[in-house]
Design a protein around this ligand. Structure first.
Ligand code: ATP
Ligand code: MG
Length: 567
């Protein structure tokens, strides 16, 4: 491809509204442009990378027995009503009406469509198992679209769905996808971990997220320093053997604690440790108040709270609700003498607090010498807190450390949630009707591109892994006005194309500095510069990743490039 009339509008300066490296570089290298908030256009280079990424995914999906389909982005709302998701998917689901006032949604995911497709066309166990996938545009009206295509409102996803006759069948399909994902992200040259995760609103049991390790990641991964344990902190169980102190229980005491709304203010005012305090948070769950208690040095894990309460939607009470229910400000909430309509649940660590401190449901007042079970009742003790660095690993091996991750893929065991709701059944060997057992498997295609850039760049630009580079190499004629250089550049362009290399040919009448800067920014694996030594048939080959530069005679160029690319 000749760069002279190729649409690669590179930018010298960092766009002000791009916070993270991958977003900045994708804009600066002219891969993407924002069309609306969270909605992007891909320019030719960006589109080429997307295609490379898609080809890697496709090849591994096909190798794992997947069959590619293409489903519509526009889906009738009734399908979502049938599956029971229309109401609880919330404002992320984009909705629209057609000219007949019929309701539609823009596909955020495709369980409904695929399950009805398979329901209507697969009737017998003989056709199963089956794995269907597509690479397609998804729509989610994210509350905070950000970081370019990393979290956008329109994005490309590879989504696959498996259909099995049994749970054991699903286990195998799931493992096959898990293995395929390992191969895919390895081919992208990503430093990633597969971590245990929460199954969330989509429903299901077993699930893993594929996380690209990166400090800008939005998820926190808890991993053991001595074993393979790795889980999203959303679900990582806390297994700590708490012990009761042998301190004697003292008499409950109401104390003045002016302006101590936070645990830090409170502990420094009273001279106690955070672990000696009890933090109380009021939640509203199905319109009912629930007070959740954790130790002051711990944080509530809302997913665990939700799971303990039967997968309910839990929302922190507003200051107005708190005032109405407990008659006080948020900073002084506590479990003692509260209305019986408030359910109290507590993290298991709370039970072991002796002579602790908690809010008194009165402004500027706390209780001292608080002893759970004596001073207040708890309807359930459970694991309700976030795991922390330094906690023992739940598998009993090693200590927990944290890392941040970008979720690029997700595998779920759905079970029969959708097949039951939508009636996807089959006849087994005995002619008996049974419900299909499903799994679903997503990869953020566009997010993967951003994650690759996030992990593969330096101060000068992108450094594409060969597997997804938009072109194999960058051929640069340094001075196109020089006859020898121009002629050799043109010749090499033809030769390299004939050898089936995908070449970006910088034939622009620009200064050398501009061309080299652009070349580093675009980050193709190899740059071949045709310069002053053109008359001697010598060109300069540079490896983008290592910065290594060698002078090569044109007769050896093809061989050299082949060797470098296969490295
Ligand atoms: P997240 O927690 O990041 O919102 P999710 O759990 O909602 O992700 P899934 O429903 O599992 O995501 O979708 C499958 C994959 O699609 C994700 O692993 C991610 O790579 C990608 N993805 C999800 N939402 C977005 C988005 N807004 N922009 C780009 N990619 C996304
Ligand atoms: Mg999401």
């Amino acid at each position: 491809m000749r760069q002279r009339n190729y649409l690669t509008p590179t930018l010298r300066d960092t766009p002000a509204d791009a916070e993270i490296k991958s977003h900045q570089l994708m804009l600066r290298a002219g891969l993407i442009r924002q069309t609306a908030s969270g909605i992007y256009s891909y320019l030719p280079l960006g589109k080429k990378v997307l295609r490379k990424v898609e080809e890697v995914i496709r090849s591994e999906m096909d190798a794992a027995g997947g069959q590619e389909v293409l489903m519509p982005a526009v889906q009738p709302a009734e399908l979502w009503e049938e599956s029971g998701r229309l109401g609880n998917y919330g404002p992320e689901l984009m909705r629209l009406k057609d000219r007949h006032e019929r309701d539609f949604v823009l596909g955020a995911t495709h369980e409904e469509v695929i399950t009805t497709l398979v329901r209507d066309d697969v009737k017998s166990y003989k056709k199963l198992p089956m794995n269907l996938y597509q690479i397609q545009t998804k729509y989610r009206d994210e509350r905070r679209p950000r970081f370019g295509v990393l979290r956008s409102r329109e994005f490309i996803m590879k989504d696959a769905y498996s259909f099995d006759t049994s749970k054991e069948g699903l286990d195998k399909s799931y493992q096959d996808m898990y293995d395929a994902y390992q191969k895919i992200f390895t081919r992208f040259d990503l430093d990633f971990r597969a971590v245990e995760a929460d199954s969330g609103a989509i429903g299901g049991t077993d699930t893993h997220e594929f996380m690209v390790l990166s400090e800008i990641g939005e998820d926190t991964i808890a991993y053991s320093d001595q074993s393979n344990f790795a889980a999203n902190i959303e679900i990582a169980p806390v297994r700590v053997e708490y012990t009761k102190s042998d301190e004697e229980a003292l008499e409950l005491e109401l104390v003045e604690t002016p302006n101590t709304k936070t645990i830090i203010e409170l502990t420094s005012f009273l001279g106690v440790k955070a672990s000696e305090t009890i933090k109380s948070l009021l939640y509203i769950v199905n319109d009912e108040p629930v007070l959740v208690l954790v130790r002051g040095d711990h944080e509530v894990n809302e997913i665990k709270v939700s799971n303990v309460l039967g997968k309910a939607i839990v929302e922190l009470a507003t200051p107005e609700q708190t005032a109405k229910i407990l008659g006080c400000e948020t900073g002084f909430v506590g479990p003692i003498n509260i209305p019986s309509s408030v359910t109290v649940i507590a993290d298991q660590a709370v039970e072991f607090v002796t002579n602790g401190v908690c809010g008194a449901n009165e402004k500027d007042k706390h209780y001292k010498n608080v002893n759970p079970n004596r001073d207040f009742a708890v309807s359930q003790y459970a694991d309700l807190r976030l795991i922390q660095e330094g906690d023992p690993s739940p598998d009993g091996k090693g200590t927990i450390q944290f890392a941040m991750g970008i979720e690029v893929g997700h595998v779920f065991k759905l079970g029969t949630k959708y097949s039951e709701a939508l009636g996807a059944t089959f006849l087994d060997e005995n002619g008996k009707t049974q419900t299909m057992v499903m799994g679903c498997y997503g990869i953020g295609v566009s997010r993967s591109v951003a994650a690759i850039v996030e992990q593969h760049h330096d101060e000068n630009g992108i450094i594409w892994p060969t597997s997804v580079a938009p072109f194999d190499l960058h051929l640069v004629t340094i001075n196109v006005k020089d006859e020898d250089q121009s002629k050799l550049g043109e010749e090499l362009y033809e030769t390299l194309k004939k050898e089936r290399f995908d070449v970006l040919f910088d034939d622009r009448p620009e200064r050398a500095g501009v061309k080299f800067k652009d070349s580093d920014l675009l980050g193709l694996p190899i740059r071949v510069a045709v310069g002053k030594k053109a008359s001697d048939g010598i060109v300069e080959v540079k490896v983008r990743k290592t910065g290594e530069m060698i002078e090569v005679h044109v007769t050896e160029l093809v061989e050299t490039v082949k060797n470098l690319l296969s490295k």
